[in-house]
Design a protein around this ligand. Structure first.
Ligand code: ZN
Ligand code: ZN
Length: 354
C-alpha cells in the first residue's frame, strides 16, 4: 500500500522515476529486512534490486514487484542502466540522503539519463503510521518499559554507569531486539550532558541518574528516558523534576490533530519558564519515531509540522544544569483519532532508589 501511495505521488508531481536507496525507506516500502537493496519506482512499475547475498531472502520477503539480483562481475550501476534503458527513462530522481560521493559515482556510470535531485517524498508518507505499524511500535515500547524496569534495580551507590549500560544492552538483545541507538546512562554531574556517554563513574547518593534507551524490535523503534535519584531527593531535585514532569504531561495532552508542533514545544518552554528553568532546555521537545529512532518531523521551535492522526512522537523535555545535573523524562505518544495515546508505561513519578 505504501508503494502505491509513492507511485501516486510521483504521478501527481510529474516525476518519471525515483531511485530509492535509503535502506530504511526500502525496508518500509517492501518488507525486506536485509541491509542492501534499492528500488527503482516509476508511476507504473517497481523493481527491487539487490545482490546475490540476499537473493533467497528477497524472493521470500519482497512480494508483488519485479526482483533483480546481481553478482560479480555485474555491478549495481549496470543493473540500473539496463532498467532505465528498458523503460526508456530520460531522467531518474534520487533521494536527498544520497551522499555526494555516491552521486558522483552514479553520474559517471549513467551518461544516458539525467540524475535529478528530488525532495524527500517518502518521509512524509512514513510519518503517518498504519494501525499495524503503531502496534509494532507499541511492542517495542513494551520491551523498552521492561528494560527500564530491569535496569532500575541496579541503581544504587557504587554501581558504574558502564555496568548499567551493559546490562540493558544484554536485556534488549536477549529479548530478540537490537539497541535502537547507543543508550545514555549518565549520573551526577554527567547527567547535565543530554547525550553523554556511560563512563566508569560510580553512582553516589544525591545523584540524578538519567537513562535513555530504545529497543528496535522487528524493525520498529521505541525511545524512553527516565531520571532517578540515588538516595533521598532534595528540594532542588524535586523542584526541577516536578517541573520537567509537568511539561511532559501537559505537552503530551497537546498532541491533538491540527496543532502546530512548534506550539507544543513552546508550551514546554513556558512550563519550565515558570521556575526559571527554560534556559536549561536547549534541545527540541521531541521527534518522530518509527523505522528510524529519529523519524521524520520534530516538536521544536523550528518545525513547521502539524499534529495529525497516525503520527508517533517522542515527548522529552529536559533541564540540564552544568555542575549540578540534569533531568529528562521521555515518553512515546501515538496521535489517535481519540487523542494522544501514550505507548511507554514505566512509572514517571520521581523514584528514590538505593
Ligand atoms: Zn531517547
Ligand atoms: Zn528521543
Amino acid at each position: 500500500m505504501s508503494l502505491q501511495k509513492l507511485q501516486a505521488q510521483l504521478q501527481a508531481d510529474g516525476h518519471s522515476a525515483l531511485l530509492v536507496n535509503n535502506i530504511a525507506n526500502v525496508q518500509w516500502l517492501t518488507g525486506f529486512t536485509g541491509s542492501f537493496g534499492s528500488l527503482l519506482v516509476t508511476p507504473r512499475s517497481t523493481t527491487f534490486i539487490t545482490d546475490s547475498r540476499y537473493a533467497i531472502q528477497a524472493a521470500e520477503q519482497v512480494k508483488g514487484v519485479d526482483v533483480r539480483t546481481f553478482g560479480n562481475p555485474v555491478r549495481f550501476e549496470h543493473v540500473v542502466a539496463d532498467l532505465a534503458k528498458e523503460q526508456g527513462l530520460g531522467e531518474v530522481g534520487f533521494e536527498p540522503t544520497v551522499t555526494y560521493g555516491t552521486f558522483e559515482r552514479w553520474a559517471a556510470a549513467w551518461p544516458d539519463f539525467d540524475l535529478k535531485p528530488m525532495p524527500d517524498l517518502i518521509a512524509p508518507l512514513r510519518m503517518i503510521k498504519t494501525a499495524d505499524e503503531v502496534a509494532k511500535i507499541a511492542e517495542a515500547c513494551k520491551l523498552a518499559d521492561a528494560t527500564m524496569e530491569h535496569v532500575s534495580r541496579l541503581i544504587q551507590p557504587g554501581v558504574r554507569e558502564l555496568d548499567i549500560h551493559l546490562d540493558l544492552e544484554f536485556f534488549i538483545r536477549r529479548n530478540g531486539a537490537y539497541l535502537g541507538f547507543e543508550p545514555i546512562v549518565v549520573s551526577g554531574p554527567n547527567s547535565a550532558r543530554p547525550h553523554g556517554k556511560a563512563t566508569e563513574r560510580k553512582l553516589e547518593v544525591g545523584d540524578f541518574v538519567t537513562i535513555d534507551l530504545g529497543a528496535k524490535l522487528d524493525g520498529w523503534n521505541s525511545d524512553i528516558t527516565r531520571t532517578f535519584v540515588v538516595g533521598k531527593a532534595t528540594d532542588r531535585h524535586r523542584e526541577i523534576y516536578d517541573q520537567v514532569l509537568r511539561a511532559l504531561l501537559e505537552c503530551t495532552q497537546k498532541l491533538v490533530p491540527g496543532v502546530p508542533t512548534k506550539d507544543v514545544d513552546a508550551h514546554a518552554r513556558a512550563v519550565l519558564g515558570e521556575k526559571d528553568l527554560a534556559k536549561y532546555f536547549g534541545h527540541g521537545l521531541g521527534h518522530g519515531l518509527g523505522r528510524d529512532v529519529h523519524d521524520f518531523g520534530g516538536l521544536s521551535p523550528l518545525s513547521n509540522d502539524t499534529v495529525a492522526v497516525g503520527q508517533v512522537w517522542t515527548v522529552e523535555p529536559g533541564v540540564y544544569i552544568e555542575g549540578f545535573g540534569g533531568v529528562r523524562i521521555e515518553d512515546d505518544v501515538h496521535v489517535s483519532e481519540n487523542g494522544p495515546v501514550v505507548l511507554t508505561h514505566f512509572p514517571r513519578e520521581l523514584m528514590e532508589l538505593g
